[in-house]
Design a protein. Structure first.
Length: 319
């Protein structure tokens, strides 16, 4: 970040200042994604917005589109942590603005990147608003991105987009209860893991393992047995090998919360009280980190889960 700040200080004209501000914004966004506080993400948004006043869309449409895309990323990151949808809606508009200049014919790689990013924002919006239209748009955006992000040309980006497509399919299944969407999500995640290897891409591998756990959990909820639920916990525990509290605290907390949900489901199927005790500990682990991060949406979510677990424990004999 010091290099980006020095570049900004040395800038001599509007174009140079705009480019330097964009670089500074990227640095702030990267740091903000790694930390639990939101200060760096808020500063990144401000820097990108300032950069857009310096970069001329008419003279430098590609650079302008890049800054719009970067602004969308920062808005999306902060909107994901916060409750509500205002930041996410702004992120969608920023990605759509980028796509108004980046086209598949002339900038295929950038076009696919913005399509992928648009899909992510729409997917989160669809989940927040329980909106199938947003989720279907997200699926379309990821599918379009895969037209350019082929496995042969860009295997890592192909795997990323496959993972994201799995997330949108999962969210649609969560909304309409159709198990075929969860099964399609499992296939997408499994494909992504063929390229996302732990040694080369540890955090990406862990993210996809986490997501695979989510889909297996949902399938397990609709099965009579417990096989898919146990497979879900195994996948989550694999994720935690790399999603550590020290490295990525909010991601670690998300996996802990989801393990708690599966443990609660196992209690419902087996009536084994040990699962409730384990679920409570996992949920409290997550809550502690969410409070540190002031992640209001997730605090509310995990607080409800803890209340549900406590109510069930209160009904147990001798508890």
């Amino acid at each position: 970040m010091h290099l980006a700040e020095a570049s900004l200080a040395a800038a001599r004209n509007k174009d140079q200042r705009g480019a330097a501000q964009n670089d500074l914004g990227v640095a702030l966004w990267t740091i903000g994604n790694r930390r639990t506080d939101s200060e760096n993400l808020e500063e990144a948004i401000t820097v990108f917005e300032t950069s857009l006043t310096q970069v001329s869309r008419k003279k430098s449409p590609v650079k302008w589109a890049m800054t719009q895309n970067n602004l969308g990323n920062a808005l999306q990151s902060l909107g994901y942590r916060e409750g509500g949808t205002a930041r996410l809606m702004k992120a969608v508009k920023a990605f759509e603005a980028a796509l108004s200049e980046w086209n598949r014919g002339e900038q295929p790689s950038q076009w696919a990147t913005a399509k992928n990013n648009l899909g992510i924002a729409l997917k989160i919006l669809g989940e927040r608003e329980s909106n199938a239209a947003h989720l279907n748009r997200a699926i379309d955006a990821f599918t379009q991105a895969l037209m350019e992000r082929s496995r042969k040309k860009v295997p890592s980006e192909w795997a990323t987009t496959k993972n994201n497509l799995g997330g949108a399919l999962f969210a649609l299944g969560d909304l309409n209860g159709d198990v075929t969407h969860f099964q399609a999500a499992v296939k997408a995640y499994s494909k992504a893991l063929e390229e996302r290897k732990r040694r080369q891409l540890p955090l990406e591998w862990a993210m996809t393992k986490h997501n695979l756990g989510n889909a297996l959990h949902k399938i397990g909820m609709q099965e009579q047995g417990t096989t898919s639920l146990y497979d879900a916990i195994k996948s989550y525990n694999d994720a935690l090998k790399e999603r550590t509290r020290k490295k990525v605290p909010v991601s670690w907390a998300l996996t802990q919360e989801n393990i708690a949900s599966v443990q609660l489901a196992l209690f419902s199927k087996t009536e084994d009280a040990r699962y409730l005790k384990q679920a409570l500990q996992s949920a409290r682990n997550a809550q502690e980190v969410y409070l540190e991060a002031d992640a209001s949406f997730f605090i509310e979510q995990v607080t409800g889960l803890i209340a549900e677990i406590d109510a069930l424990r209160a009904e147990l004999p001798g508890d």
